[in-house]
Design a protein around this ligand. Structure first.
Ligand code: ZN
Length: 452
């Protein structure tokens, strides 16, 4: 076997691993690069492989930095199956067409305003490409060893990161290659803990929080503090939230806080059609999360759902205080941008981020204390209070990753640390080498490694 690292090296985005096993050619994850421009430009550069030559694509989960390149791969000739869990397939049906729509809208905006060097600006892919890609999805359940052709066996186990997320294992001729994908947390309110993996010959492990611990603060206490403080000064809380996963966790906590009267009875809006659809997906997969039907109803009924774009704009004119949950989570696009333009300049308000902010995104700039950010060509002053509640993260922190690795009964021959910004990946490498005594490396972009 051989692995080539085509993304998620030196960054948390663009996950793509080419695996050759005998005659089989597989791509594990097919993600978009996001954040810094030099990374985003990689989405437009040709891949160092012929998409038509791939036997299959395997998705660890549906987040766009793991699935969002798929429509382009299909347009460029990939016609094989895309193997994933049922939850991932359902979420891709929401995320990929939406991603395509945003690509089309950005290209259209660039053409109308002449903001692109390309004439005409072309979307990375279209809704038609996304629909074709969705036609290639093939579902596989957790916990089953499936022969996927040319002597390769594939197995998914629960990763606990978002609905449908999977620890992904390939085996060929007795050699196993285990991917953590994005690793969830042992004590999530809404998702099961990641499954224990006891052995693998080779391991690829993520390191988003490889150099950090999530604060040991009760998330509901902090959320209540932020809401009470903000509403006390007559302001609103704007939460840019990842539509899939984080939004559902937030609604769950908001519902509990309201029920226990730990926050005032203020209106809560969920302003993201995609997040609304993802919330409905959650209810369709009762076996893949921890919430009962009753808990789902209670959590997801706490917010008023805003689907119509005109109603979304009207929110900026409605009475404060309120809590407004809107995508995208790193403020890179989506309806939250309009709300930030309106709410960020007023010091009564709070912008509350709910997870990792990749370098180069507006979210990272605001969390780092930027006094103004550019939105739709305008400089918008940031005078609102800014908070980032990392404890809502769906990623294991460094201690939690180490605890998961502690489930291994023998060291892998090599552990590859990926999916982290350079300092985080290197810190985790160091901890694994020192703490566990394993052989470990942080691969470079396009680096290849033979697995024997
Ligand atoms: Zn993810």
């Amino acid at each position: 076997m051989r692995i080539t690292f085509l993304g998620a090296v030196g960054t948390v985005t663009g996950s793509k691993y080419l695996v050759r096993a005998g005659k089989a050619r597989l791509l594990v994850d097919c993600g978009l690069f996001q954040g810094f421009k030099n990374l985003r430009l990689r989405n437009r550069a040709p891949l160092p492989l012929d998409p038509a030559s791939l036997d299959a694509v395997i998705l660890t989960h549906a987040h766009l930095d793991h699935s969002g390149y798929l429509p382009l791969l299909v347009r460029n000739g990939f016609h094989g199956p895309v193997l994933c869990t049922p939850g991932t397939a359902d979420l891709c049906r929401i995320l990929l067409p939406d991603s395509a729509m945003l690509q089309e809208r950005d290209a259209d905006f660039a053409n109308r305003h002449g903001t692109s060097k390309h004439h005409p600006a072309q979307p990375l892919y279209t809704r038609k490409d996304a629909e074709r890609a969705l036609g290639q999805l093939r579902c596989m359940n957790y916990g089953e060893d499936a022969r996927i052709g040319k002597g390769v066996t594939l197995r998914f186990d629960q990763a606990g990161h978002i609905l449908g997320s999977a620890l992904t294992r390939l085996t060929w001729k007795g050699t196993s290659l285990q991917f953590s994908g994005d690793l969830g947390r042992p004590e999530s309110a809404t998702l099961p803990a990641p499954a224990t993996i006891e052995e693998a010959d080779y391991l690829v492990v993520e390191s988003t929080y490889g150099d950090r611990q999530h604060p040991h603060v009760d998330p509901e206490t902090m959320l209540a503090d932020v809401i009470n403080r903000t509403s006390g000064r007559g302001g609103s809380v704007v939460i840019p939230a990842f539509a899939v996963g984080r939004t559902q966790t937030l609604l769950y906590h908001l519902a509990r806080l309201k029920h226990e009267q730990r926050i005032p009875d203020l209106p809560i809006f969920l302003d993201s059609p995609m997040a609304i659809n993802a919330t409905e997906t959650f209810e369709r997969h009762p076996n893949e999360h921890k919430l009962t039907r009753k808990q789902c109803h209670e959590a997801f009924d706490v917010a008023t759902y805003v689907r119509d774009p005109e109603d979304s704009k009207a929110l900026d004119r409605s009475a404060m205080p309120m809590v407004l949950v809107s995508a995208s989570g790193m403020a890179t696009g989506g309806r939250v941008l309009h709300h930030l333009m309106h709410f960020a300049p007023d010091p009564r308000n709070t912008i509350l981020f709910a997870g990792f902010q990749a370098g180069g995104t507006r979210g990272a700039a605001i969390v780092a204390g930027a006094r103004e950010v550019k939105i739709f060509g305008n400089y918008v002053p940031v005078r609102a209070e800014v908070q980032n509640m990392d404890m809502f993260s769906a990623h294991a922190d460094a201690d939690e990753i180490m605890a998961w690795l502690g489930g291994f009964r023998r060291p892998p021959k090599m552990t590859f640390v990926t999916h982290g910004e350079p300092a985080a990946a290197d810190a985790l490498r160091h901890r694994i080498e020192e703490g566990l005594g394993w052989d470990c490396m942080v691969p470079d972009y396009k680096e290849r490694y033979d697995l024997d």
